[in-house]
Design a protein around this ligand. Structure first.
Ligand code: ATP
Length: 504
């Protein structure tokens, strides 16, 4: 098992053990790709939402938020292109009866060649001092051969996907001799398209019912409310509308824990601009969004942009912010210049004018849109994968600690009486009461203090306040830092200000 695979397994079991994430309907053996957030998970998730909302809405005078319904008129998905084009190419293995996404099988094949390149690089890095990976990539014969193979496969793959040529995708799977990971056979069906939207019925009886969809993205709720918000909020272009909410996709290849779920949450912002100015704003939002990520104090090397060569039907520029998860660099956030595609499509299908009168230009137009779209659950996963650490301590023991950025941690502070007597629990409760209004706190009096510190480390609590014998004499407590494990003594009256300073 590779170190990364090992780390990922540990993150998953740690998440369950400490109440971050549980498999849904576990007593019925779970439901594939559906998860519940537990008592700690919901706190971390809410903090991530707040961090995003504050940065995107509160800190911008020209961005406002909405909360639109999950159900929308079925025509919305016709206009947006989701009914006709929101498909994945699927393939079945006739021996194992397992179903796969054909594009993922090919991507995994390419990834295996990438892994070989990485192995060569790692081997060489061990051998040479002042090793230059970029130069090695450009000059090493074996790596160049692997790279040429990737380029050749990628070209066929991109061509087949862009033209939606299912026969060509199947041919590529056959030519590459890709086998089913379960049966090991190459006995594949043809590739066919599968729509990712969940459909249900709205109406009192099946005869009168209309098919409605669970929204596969939150963006359309923003487009439908463009005029409502613009008029009632007297918004002037450029301006943005933000939204956090659930989205649903019938992902067939559900794997990698909460990375790819059937029910997930998106944090999206649509920024409406003058036609012709969209690429300038696209660049602006690329920079803004990466800054937001970097402010989390996660190594900048864990992030990279992946500009799209193959653009979706609605976009004239697109990039992904990719994060290095334990299973490799994968999309965390998408930034898309969506042109006027969506507003135009809704204008046409609804027959209602969706335009903005620009007083400076003295003309009306359909605004262009730059969107930033990040998966809340993927952000959650990025944070916990990055935070999970096992530290070897000097006394030989191992400390498991979640280095969650303090301002996002589920609990900011734990209040702990050293022992369960001599008035310490009462004093600790008084302190707790004073802190609760401003900080999410935990109280714990069970077990030896060392074990309690470790429990707080394991859930990422950045600070522990301990009430001890000296507290009873001079009204001071110790404050312990999760990351350094160092303790300082401070006056009870100073706890508030100290915490505020440390958490800023
Ligand atoms: P992918 O290529 O990984 O399927 P996508 O390009 O379809 O993602 P978008 O439609 O751009 O994703 O959605 C915006 C964001 O929503 C993504 O960057 C991702 O963070 C999140 N997201 C999309 N699908 C899922 C899912 N099934 N589970 C969790 N998050 C998701």
């Amino acid at each position: 098992m590779s170190n990364n695979e090992d780390l990922f397994k540990k993150v998953i079991s740690h998440s369950k053990e400490y109440g971050f994430i549980f498999p849904s309907s576990e007593i019925y053996d779970g439901l594939s790709a559906v998860y519940d957030y537990g008592q700690l998970g919901v706190e971390l998730k809410n903090n991530i939402k707040q961090y995003w909302w504050k940065a995107m809405v509160q800190m911008h005078e020209n961005i406002v938020g909405i909360d639109s319904a999950i159900f929308m008129h079925p025509s919305v998905w016709k206009a947006s292109g989701h009914v006709d084009a929101f498909n994945d190419p699927l393939i079945d293995n006739k021996d194992s009866k397992k179903r796969y996404r054909a594009d993922v099988l090919i991507e995994d094949y390419i990834q295996k060649i990438e892994d070989k390149i990485q192995k060569e690089i790692d081997k060489a890095a061990k051998r040479f001092e002042n090793f230059d990976a970029t130069l090695f990539r450009q000059t090493n014969g074996r790596v160049l051969e692997y790279q040429a193979r990737i380029d050749e496969i990628s070209k066929c793959f991109v061509d087949a996907m862009t033209t939606n040529d299912l026969a060509a995708i199947k041919k590529l799977i056959d030519d590459l001799a890709i086998v089913c990971p379960v049966s090991g056979s190459r006995n594949w069906t043809e590739v066919r398209q599968f729509n990712l939207m969940f459909a249900t019925q709205m109406g009192s009886t099946t005869e009168t019912a209309d098919v409605v969809y669970l929204r596969p993205e939150t963006a359309q709720g923003i487009f439908l409310n463009f005029l409502n918000v613009q008029k009632t909020g007297r918004m002037k272009i450029p301006f943005g509308i933000a939204q956090i909410g659930k989205a649903f996709r019938n992902e067939i290849v559900a794997r990698q824990f909460i990375f790819r779920m059937k029910e997930f949450e998106q944090m999206e912002m649509q920024f409406f601009v003058r036609p012709g100015e969209e690429l300038k704003w696209f660049e602006h939002w690329k920079q803004e969004r990466i800054k937001w990520h970097h402010a989390l104090d996660i190594s900048e090397n864990k992030y990279r942009f992946h500009d799209h060569e193959k653009l979706a039907h609605y976009a004239n520029a697109a990039t992904d912010i990719e994060f290095e998860f334990p299973f490799g660099f994968k999309e965390l956030e998408g930034i898309h210049s969506r042109t006027d595609f969506d507003l135009n499509a809704h204008q046409q299908l609804s027959g209602k004018k969706i335009q903005y009168f620009d007083p400076e230009l003295n003309e009306s137009y359909v605004p262009y849109v730059v969107e930033t779209s990040i998966g809340l659950d993927r952000m959650f996963l990025a944070i916990i994968c990055n935070a999970y650490q096992e530290e070897q301590l000097e006394d030989g023991s191992v400390r498991t600690v979640m280095n969650i950025p303090p301002f996002l941690a589920p609990y900011k502070v734990a209040v702990l009486p050293l022992v369960k007597k001599d008035g310490m629990p009462e004093m600790a409760h008084d302190i707790l009461k004073n802190l609760q209004e401003n900080f999410n706190c935990q109280y714990d009096e069970k077990d030896a203090i060392g074990r309690r510190y470790r429990r707080q480390d394991a859930i990422g609590t950045p600070f522990c306040i301990t009430v001890d014998n000296q507290t009873m004499e001079d009204n001071t407590v110790t404050i312990r830092n999760r990351d350094t494990m160092l303790q300082n003594r401070i006056a009870i009256n100073d706890i508030h200000t100290t915490l505020n300073k440390l958490l800023q």
